[in-house]
Design a protein around this ligand. Structure first.
Ligand code: GDP
Ligand code: IMO
Ligand code: MG
Length: 454
């Protein structure tokens, strides 16, 4: 008997090829800089085409802004899909979850009359507890002048516990973990003694009580999300992976040690949500038309003094999670190339182009001058990065074009000529099309060029 011939449709993971030979069962949105590129807005825009929106890493260090019908939402842990009726919003195993903060965030949703029925939480996700936050703050003080500038949400210490195999996972809420609570508490109390005012702020009893509360509040949403997502794909559903942070904050590929503690690159989607690499069809890179960074660490194109402050004000660049002013500078294509290569970015969502309206001249960094040589790739060594001067290509600016919603309706070809030249230079440099052009925070302030490419 002959074995049945394997074709794209009778494989375990059937796939459909589009005209460029790519399988498209799911899409991902990755921040291509240091976070805050506008991923929330783009996720919401694309969520119309998806059945399930998934977060696979990070925690409530993220802050994603979504505007729906003049209502503004700032989400930290909940995937943006929670705002759209009929969609599932999944928190994958790679996320570190502060359930205490999540309860607050859920209230933001239910206060607007929306339901949380679509929420699903991985039984393998790790918990962020109060002592993680205290350790985060303590570690930052201990670092003295070498702070990372974390969000102090306990993200680093929670991932430390995960890697050290001391973490609590969501599934632990359903088991007797009293011995583990006692062990962890002893351990954390000793650790916190290293820091000023290093009180733990909890007891074995208070943790056990919280676990009971969280089991009651979250129990109905908990499941094996890897099974859920893979079965959804088998059924022909579309997944949208909502990235958090950005490539330059990736623990392996970012500006280490000035990074977060998770893999923010596309690879983190597989480990963080339990789906295989061949099930991610298309990666969108969310790229802000200039650069911002919150917290410490190198940023080669940073504008200091009044120039930086002007861009910060014009772009409304204040952190959603911490309220800190974001450092601002020109677009850095060395950074963008790093992101495109690491994540297989097939399409760009270029955001906040409208913020550059009215500039007379605009710079784009196309290389780093380091020790007399021009580098095109982002170096590993931060001492090298600290010696880098940006090599700029200068562009003529463009005038204000009036209300963005109307400009979006007029379409790409009606955008100012110099703006189009700027966009097309970025596309050519990175060899990636800018399919979504965002010129305002609302959905309706988006130019979608995908139809042109079909
Ligand atoms: P995220 O973390 O990547 O989701 O981004 P944040 O929400 O932290 O920051 C992006 C900010 O820019 C938010 O206030 C958005 O509402 C806003 N925004 C997104 N896209 C655009 C755009 O194209 N133009 C303008 N002016 N604002 C935008
Ligand atoms: P979204 O998803 C911008 C930064 C912090 C700090 C570093 C480490 O909104 O783009 P952490 O608390 O993670 O240990 O802090 O990472 N950071 C972000 N910066 N946007 C984010 O998320 C960020 N999440 C973490 O400012 O420099
Ligand atoms: Mg943000």
């Amino acid at each position: 008997m002959h074995a049945e011939r394997l074709t794209p449709t009778n494989l375990k993971y059937p796939y459909v090829l589009n005209r460029i030979g790519v399988q498209l069962p799911s899409i991902a949105i990755i921040g291509a800089q240091w976070g805050d590129e506008g991923k929330g807005k783009i996720t919401d825009y694309l969520s119309e085409e998806a059945d399930i929106i998934v977060r696979s890493q990070g925690g409530n260090n993220a802050g994603h802004t979504i505007i729906i019908d003049n209502e503004t939402f700032k989400l930290h842990l909940l995937p943006s899909g929670i705002l759209r009726e009929g969609k599932l919003a999944v928190i994958g195993n790679g996320v570190v979850m502060s359930m205490a903060d999540m309860i607050e965030e859920m209230k933001q949703i239910t206060d607007t009359g929306r339901s949380l029925d679509g929420l699903r939480i991985s039984d393998r996700a790790h918990l962020v507890l109060g002592y993680h936050k205290r350790l985060d703050g303590g570690e930052e003080i201990y670092r003295g002048s070498k702070t990372i500038g974390t969000t102090k949400k306990g993200i680093g210490p929670a991932y430390q516990d995960k890697a050290a195999r001391n973490g609590f996972r969501v599934c632990d809420l359903f088991d007797d973990v009293s011995e583990k609570i006692a062990f962890n508490l002893r351990f954390k109390k000793d650790l916190l003694k290293l820091f000023q005012n290093g009180e733990c702020g909890c007891t074995e009893e208070s943790i056990a009580e919280k676990f009971k509360l969280w089991k009651d509040v979250f129990g109905k949403y908990v499941c094996d999300t890897s099974v859920l997502l893979n079965e959804a794909l088998d059924d022909g559903k579309t997944l949208l992976f909502e990235g958090a942070q950005g490539v330059m904050l990736d623990i392996d590929h970012g500006t280490y040690p000035y990074v977060t503690s998770s893999n923010t690159t596309a690879g983190g989607i597989c480990t963080g949500s339990g789906i295989a690499p061949n099930r991610i069809g298309k990666v969108y890179g969310c790229l802000k038309a200039y650069t911002t960074r919150v917290g410490d660490g190198p940023m080669v194109t940073e504008l200091h003094g009044t120039e930086g402050k002007y861009l910060m004000e014009k772009g409304g660049e204040y952190g959603v999670t911490t309220g800190r002013g974001r450092r601002c500078g020109w677009l850095d294509l060395v950074v963008a190339e790093h992101s495109v290569r690491l994540c297989g970015i097939a399409s760009l969502a270029l955001t906040k182009l409208d913020v550059l309206n009215g500039y007379r001249k605009i710079n784009v960094c196309v290389g780093y001058e380091i020790d007399g040589r021009t580098e095109k790739h982002f170096p590993a060594s931060l001492s090298k990065v600290s010696r880098a001067s940006p090599v700029y290509k200068e562009f003529d600016g463009w005038d204000e074009f009036g209300p963005s919603e109307e400009a979006a309706k007029r379409g790409y070809d009606a955008l100012p000529k110099n703006m189009r030249a700027y966009i097309e230079f970025i596309e050519k440099y990175l060899k990636v099309p800018a399919e979504l052009i965002s010129i305002g925070p609302k959905r309706s302030e988006t130019i979608d060029k995908r139809a042109e490419r079909m």
